[in-house]
Design a protein around this ligand. Structure first.
Ligand code: UDP
Length: 251
């Protein structure tokens, strides 16, 4: 399944909604090749503009989900396309459902040892039929990476979730995807911490109002520096829109 790929300030994102993203995953799982899934949000777009390696990692992803409402808004407002929001934290359980229904093997890589083990216990309870082929916490030293890759391949996992936070997980997926025999690999950021109950996701009301980012900021004020990119992104989108209207080119 080929999705339309647009770019926002030079950073790619796929024009998908949730069902389409899931159908793409199903397609990859049933096909011969493989690929990784990365989430795109305004923060990552701003970062990738100055970070060639992150941009390269995103460009090599098979599926780039529009994970932030800011991305959806920018794409629509700039007339680039009409994606809908596909939160990575919701896509992961949906992939687990597909995995359970198809009896797929899953490998979990990332987060602290306690969180990682807990997620390995919780997921098959939540998704009966899902097989955990292996799990590994996210504090592996670089010299031990080849062993981890060999372990993942030996586990015959077809689905791999990588929870190292961004951009670490995008770099890891770009670097190791060619050596991995998994079919689908998703970068899931802090999702393991949420599943293990260490971090709470925003209540449904915040999620419905697209204010998840605000909830996270209120609970983890240390994220302020990262989220300071949001108003800069919004400002850039507005400038671009005005420039388009008046026919002035922007870089
Ligand atoms: N983490 C890891 N290895 C590292 C650094 C971070 O496994 O070397 C994990 C960390 O334990 C946490 C996740 O990566 O579970 C980062 O979560 P965060 O919410 O910061 O990620 P985001 O979704 O914001 O990218």
């Amino acid at each position: 399944m080929n999705n339309e790929r647009i770019d926002i300030f030079g950073v790619p994102v796929d024009v998908v909604d949730f069902p389409r993203a899931l159908a793409t995953v199903d397609d990859i799982l049933r096909g011969d090749g493989g690929g990784f899934i990365a989430a795109v949000n305004p923060e990552k777009i701003m970062r990738a503009r100055d970070d060639a390696r992150l941009l390269q990692a995103l460009k090599s992803a098979k599926l780039l989900i529009p994970d932030g409402i800011g991305v959806v808004w920018a794409a629509r407002w700039l007339g680039l396309g009409c994606p809908s929001r596909v939160p990575g934290a919701d896509l992961m359980p949906a992939i687990c459902e597909i995995g359970a229904a198809q009896g797929r093997n899953v490998f979990l890589f990332g987060a602290s040892p306690e969180v990682n083990e807990k997620v390995a216990r919780i997921l098959p309870e939540r998704h009966p039929g899902l097989r955990i082929a292996g799990f590994q916490h996210g504090y592996v030293r670089e010299p031990d990476m080849p062993r981890l890759v060999a372990d993942i391949n030996a586990s015959r996992a077809e689905i791999l979730f990588v929870a190292l936070g961004s951009p670490r997980q995008e770099f890891w997926m770009m670097q190791h995807a060619p050596e991995l025999s998994v079919k689908v690999c998703q970068g899931v950021g802090g999702s393991f911490d949420v599943i293990a109950g260490k971090v709470r996701r925003a209540p449904a009301l915040f999620r419905r109002m697209h204010l998840e980012w605000f909830y996270r900021l209120a609970r983890e004020p240390q994220r302020l520096r990262r989220q300071a990119e949001l108003p800069k992104f919004a400002w850039r989108v507005m400038r671009e829109k005005w420039a388009n209207r008046s026919g002035v080119a922007m870089n």
